[in-house]
Design a protein around this ligand. Structure first.
Ligand code: GDG
Length: 729
């Protein structure tokens, strides 16, 4: 296996320039940097923005930075100050971030910010393409780079590209507000594997992809331009041992002792996040205020340590929030503080790891109540840090954090329910030691297994599986060489049978079936094929005979209608293969009609021996639901009637099972000792045809997916191109 290229907005190493012009390098804080740092970096290359705008450094410094970063397996993507403002502070953090965290009123939709976002994603694409080698796995991270997978796909069609979103994926109702929703989805779908922290986000993504791009999934796999794309949940873990075993380190022991001396016998509640409105810091402060107000027994004995790590300080919302937090902290401290006791210890800075862990260790309660959070690693780190302490602190966690589904033994709260949060604090402060220990052990067991290493390995392995599956499917795909062999075999044969399905094989699907008329090019091609006397050309379709007659009746070809119920030989009349009656239609039609009335966009197509319920123009989720309901309603009525109920592409068809494309195919096969048989089709009814053919036939499925066909082409165009070549052979 080749290298893993990690692509993210920021590199794990930040560069800054001091006023005297010298450069300083430091490791960045943040969920992703913290997580990926624990991976083995010898076979990695990390590509991202180094944290310093390109217009702040001269060419010499850029070279110096590049050299130093190369030693750390990093490659910078240079962005100007304006680009950073518009793409990062702008579109990423004023549009996507608030929208995806359910703050639509905070969103701005500015075309020039969107253009900057596109431009920077393109710039990233250029750097990745420059660096990528054929065996590399490219792993793109997060909401700043949602267009990148598709851009990479355009330049590196076969590359293994994974995309992981670290923030929530919102419900369709939120996503649809964004003017560029389709571009973002298409961008992500350029990946082979799209990962989220939680199954809820997977659900929202699949539903949006379906409604906005029309792609349907089967068990979490979509087919995008005939490329299987898998969508799945990978809940990010932490470097468990780094937190669980930290207390053994002397520096941390010393910090723990210092903090213990500082807080004495009093108890501490800890709150740590980036200073961000999604983290619910104000709500949390209000709850603490309320706790002190309605439970005076905690005054003087319980303190809140509030660490707010500076974040996105150029964005006005964040500046305002900081002011409000500091105001509220001041008010609470002013109202309840005494000379001996400070209710809230407020720190606006990032702590060194050794202080962070010491704080986790001594805190009796961690109050982590985001209003919305993709995962929240602080919650997991806190639980891991309790492993070797006698105390066993209690985690209070918001149900709006992705981590809540894994940490169900925490006290789970709705952060908007102040009363519930206050109750949770009281419960946590009074919880017996045995219960605290028991709850933590359950959570620790889980966190110990699915660490950040497992998470990363799991993602990369799953991506490899998707690539392997794609390779398997590609084996059957008709390559230019294979196509030439087909043409050669055709040229050498004198008795050729050509069986062609119509919709989805020779023409595309249209919203209404009557729109799929054959174009002039198709008619000409079929005429040319059929006019070779060595060829027998049969269009074998599920359509009714009137339609086939009026569309293709003038051509010198044979027609099979209604999946084999009717046959019309070239220049002959329509023959009914088996008249098995259609009285059943009177019983079933009213049921189908009732489902038409309840499903906007649906309609019924009636053929001699079948009824088809169409829903291509209906809202996709409703259509899916109605097909299931209709099938359940009809099935009991079709027993003993020799009828089958079949689900096709946006249709449900009730038809006789006496005749099908398989029996029709067999009849044609027995007509002559053919020396060349080609059959093409795209859906489940064509599978009967493929199954009836032997291994010597050229059976071709148009599209992907499991099939009895030996070969496949991706599109109607590719199928027609092959047939065109036969006419010229
Ligand atoms: C995003 C998503 C998702 C924090 N303060 C200090 C410090 N940290 C470290 C923590 C933790 C990380 O930063 C924060 O990660 P979170 O997951 O809590 O939150 P976000 O930064 O918002 O991360 C989030 C995450 O991506 C991963 O996918 O979970 O939902 O929003 O690791 O330890 N580290 C140090 N000092 C601090 O003061 N050393």
């Amino acid at each position: 296996m080749g290298r893993v290229l990690i692509v993210s907005n920021r590199l794990p190493v930040s560069v800054s320039a001091t006023p005297d012009g010298s450069l300083s390098f430091s490791r960045s804080v943040g969920g992703l940097a913290t997580g990926m740092a624990s991976l083995d970096s010898s076979d990695q290359l990390w590509i991202g923005w180094p944290g310093l705008p390109s217009d702040h450094v001269d060419a010499d410094q850029q070279r110096q930075i590049e050299q130093r970063l190369a030693e750390e397996h990093c490659r910078p993507v240079w962005l100007s100050r304006t680009q950073v403002e518009d793409y990062y502070d702008g579109f990423s953090n004023k549009t996507i971030w608030p929208l995806f965290h359910y703050f639509p009123l905070y969103c701005i939709y500015e075309p020039h910010l969107w253009r900057a976002y596109q431009e920077v994603n393109e710039r990233f694409a250029r750097v990745v393409c420059e660096m990528a080698q054929p065996d590399d796995t490219i792993w793109v991270h997060d909401y700043q780079l949602m267009l990148l997978p598709r851009l990479l796909r355009e330049h590196l069609p076969d590359a293994a590209v994974g995309f992981f979103l670290h923030i929530p994926f919102p419900s369709y109702e939120l996503l649809r507000l964004l003017p560029w929703r389709r571009d973002l989805l298409d961008g992500m779908l350029g990946a082979d594997l799209v990962g989220f922290h939680e199954y809820d986000y997977v659900r929202h993504f699949l539903s949006s992809a379906h409604r906005i791009t029309g792609h349907e999934h089967v068990l979490g796999t979509l087919s995008v331009a005939n490329r299987p794309v898998r969508v799945d949940a990978f809940p990010m873990g932490i470097d468990y041992d780094a937190f669980a075993r930290a207390a053994a380190r002397p520096q941390i022991q010393e910090n723990i002792q210092t903090l213990r001396r500082r807080f004495g016998t009093g108890r501490t509640i800890v709150s740590i996040d980036r200073l961000d409105y999604t983290k619910g810091i104000l709500h949390r402060l209000e709850a603490f205020d309320w706790l002190l107000s309605c439970r005076p027994e905690y005054r003087g004995t319980v303190s809140l340590v509030l660490v707010a790590v500076p974040s996105r300080t150029n964005v006005p919302r964040y500046q305002e929030l900081r002011t409000r937090i500091e105001h509220l902290v001041g008010r609470i401290n002013g109202a309840y503080g005494t000379l001996r006791w400070t209710p809230i210890h407020y720190l606006y800075r990032s702590l060194p790891f050794e202080e962070l862990v010491a704080l986790y260790r001594i805190a009796d309660v961690a109050l982590i109540t985001p209003l919305r959070d993709g995962m929240n690693l602080v919650a997991k780190e806190y639980v891991a840090s309790q492993e070797e302490t006698g105390g066993h602190g209690v985690l209070i966690l918001s149900e709006m954090a992705g981590a809540a589904s894994e940490l169900s033994e925490a006290i789970i709260v709705n952060p908007h329910d102040k009363h519930q949060v206050v109750e949770a604090l009281h419960r946590a402060l009074e919880m017996p030691a045995a219960e605290r220990r028991h709850r933590n052990e359950q959570m620790q067991q889980r966190l110990r297994r699915y660490t950040v290493r497992r998470w990363a390995a799991d993602f990369v392995e799953s991506l490899a599986e998707v690539k392997a599956r794609q390779a398997q499917l590609a084996l059957r795909r008709i390559t230019p060489e294979l196509r030439d062999q087909v043409v050669e075999a055709y040229r050498g044969a004198t008795r050729r049978l050509i069986l062609l399905d119509y919709d989805g094989t020779l023409v595309h699907f249209f919203p209404r079936p009557e729109q799929a008329r054959p174009d002039a090019g198709l008619q000409e091609m079929l005429r040319a094929l059929a006019s070779d006397r060595r060829n027998t050309v049969v269009v074998i379709s599920g359509r009714d005979r009137e339609t086939l007659q009026s569309w293709l009746g003038e051509l010198p070809i044979h027609l099979v209608a209604e999946h084999g119920n009717w046959t019309r030989r070239r220049d002959g009349d329509w023959q009914c293969i088996e008249n098995h009656g259609h009285d059943w239609k009177g019983t079933l039609r009213p049921i189908l009609e009732r489902y038409v009335d309840r499903t906007p966009g649906a309609f019924i197509e009636e053929k001699d021996f079948s009824l088809v319920w169409h829903c291509r123009r209906s809202e996709p989720d409703l259509a899916h639901l109605r097909i299931q309901e209709l099938r359940a309603a009809i099935l009991p009525l079709t027993e003993n009637l020799n009828l089958g109920v079949f689900e096709g592409s946006k249709i449900l068809e009730v038809k006789s099972i006496a005749a099908h494309k398989g029996s029709a195919t067999e009849a044609w096969l027995h007509e002559e000792p053919w020396d060349f048989v080609l059959a093409a089709g795209d859906d489940y009814t064509d599978e009967d045809m493929f199954a009836a053919l032997g291994d010597n036939a050229m059976s071709i499925k148009v599209g992907r997916g499991a099939s009895h066909a030996r070969f496949s082409v991706d599109t109607v165009e590719a199928m027609r191109d092959l047939l065109e070549r036969l006419t010229r052979a």
